[in-house]
Design a protein around this ligand. Structure first.
Ligand code: ADP
Ligand code: MG
Length: 418
């Protein structure tokens, strides 16, 4: 019985909605296309089959941080036969891992890694139980322009002898779904769609005349509403400023801030404190959230118009993962700088200054995907955009990453992002 395996392997009493259906369809050998809202437990839909299978499960994931987070979580839960293979692993590490790949149940990889000859060779010699594409919308969002390797997954799948394939995501409209199914050549896929619909989260938008009024309302919620909560500000400076204001006026609460400008130790510390309930509230930029798995966040407040619908859903999806009533509130005032037009610039600002680019590019790397990951780590999704521009402008002259006109390029990039 699947429930018994669920309990034995993961310690959960029952499946969440949609999980069992997906798992049964997948384990029956079908290709599956699945859509479940953020926080529902998509990972389990392939982790459970993976641990019950004889062979190896390959999971394609777009971001290094996501892979590492999942590997860490599984290891913490005692499931140690998992590993992430990324472009930062040295050649030796990679060779060693590939030789011992038999010892693992799940290997997480980026699509780029699946293009490396030695990786594919060694994987094709293994018994592959399942092929999984997590965050499958990336195939369609990023594949066509920035990460062509997403489009080559179908070839990889063929080389692996067409194992049952699961494409799973939280966000994909009809066009994107059709594109994914076509790109991966899913064969009569079983479709299990549960659209983003979190009934326990109530959405509100409130408008105020001034920032002061907005601040008053914010304090009121923070003091009266059930905690913990998460407040999203637009910039690093604002995240700190709101944090200070709230600390001053609500001394009974423990409040921290979080943004991409802090060093990684500080960020980790704040995140840990929040997870372990030592902090009631975090004022953060959109740098906060990826890989954060807290079940009982009671409210998410945006202090400005959200970036775009997809990010907004992602961000409010962090509330109420325990299914209890939660609040998502947008507080607006006319003084808010218009957000959307500054979107790209803000993202770059959030992740790191463009001044660092020469240093990032100066570090030796063996191929472009390594550079891509490095840019992605510094600039988030925007890193992919930067790489795209660098290539388009012919700035990177070869695969080893020799690049010309550094000064001019930085100026051009800045102009582009402003
Ligand atoms: P998603 O990828 O859909 O956003 P995750 O796979 O990260 O979600 O899982 C969200 C949380 O739900 C994790 O903490 C996970 O351990 C938990 N979870 C998954 N399945 C179950 C279950 N059947 N019962 C209880 N908790 C679960
Ligand atoms: Mg996930």
């Amino acid at each position: 019985m699947l429930e018994r395996d669920l309990q034995r392997l993961f310690g959960f009493q029952s499946f969440k909605e949609g999980q069992k259906e997906i798992i049964e369809a997948f384990m029956a050998g079908n290709d599956v296309f699945a859509m479940l809202p953020t926080g529902r437990g998509k990972s389990l839909c392939y982790q459970l089959p993976a641990f019950l299978a004889e062979g190896l499960t390959i999971v394609v994931s777009p971001l290094l941080s996501l892979m590492e987070d999942q590997v860490a979580q599984l290891k913490k839960a005692g499931r140690k036969q998992v590993v992430a293979l990324n472009s930062f692993s040295s050649k030796q590490e990679r060779q060693k891992l590939l030789q011992q790949v038999n010892d693992y149940k799940i290997v997480y990889l980026s699509p780029e890694m699946l293009q490396a000859q030695d990786v594919v060779n060694s994987l094709s010699k293994q018994q592959i139980s399942y092929f999984v594409i997590d965050e499958a919308h990336c195939i369609s969002y990023w594949g066509h322009d920035f990460r062509a390797d997403y489009l080559r997954l179908r070839e990889v799948k063929a080389l692996l002898d067409h194992p049952p394939t699961l494409a799973i995501t939280a966000t994909a409209d009809e066009t994107v779904r059709a594109d994914i199914k076509n790109q991966l050549q899913l064969r009569e896929p079983v479709e299990i769609l549960d659209r983003v619909n979190r009934e326990n989260i109530t959405l509100f938008v409130e408008k105020y005349e001034t920032t002061e009024q907005k601040m008053i309302r914010l304090k009121q919620i923070v003091q009266q509403y059930e905690l913990p909560g998460l407040v999203y500000a637009q910039t690093r400076a604002q995240a700190e400023w709101y944090c200070e204001q709230l600390q001053r006026d609500c001394p009974e609460l423990s409040i921290g801030y979080y943004h991409g400008g802090m060093d990684s130790m500080d960020r980790m510390l704040v995140q840990e404190q929040f997870l372990s309930n030592q902090l009631d509230l975090i004022c953060a930029t959109n740098a906060f959230g990826m890989g954060v798995n807290k079940q009982d966040i009671r409210f998410i407040i945006h202090l400005q118009q959200p970036l775009d619908v997809a990010s907004y859903l992602q961000e409010i999806g962090r509330a109420g993962r325990d299914g209890l009533p939660s609040l998502a509130l947008v507080l607006l005032s006319p003084e808010d700088p218009f957000y959307a037009s500054r979107l790209i610039q803000n993202r770059v600002e959030e992740r790191g200054s463009l001044e660092a680019l020469p240093h990032i590019l100066a570090m030796p790397f063996t191929n472009k995907s390594e550079l891509r990951i490095r840019l992605e780590q510094s600039y988030g999704e925007q890193g992919q955009m930067i790489l795209f521009l660098l290539e388009k402008w012919g700035v990177i002259v070869d695969d080893k990453g020799t690049w010309k006109n550094q000064h001019e390029t930085i100026t051009k990039l800045k102009a582009y992002f402003e």
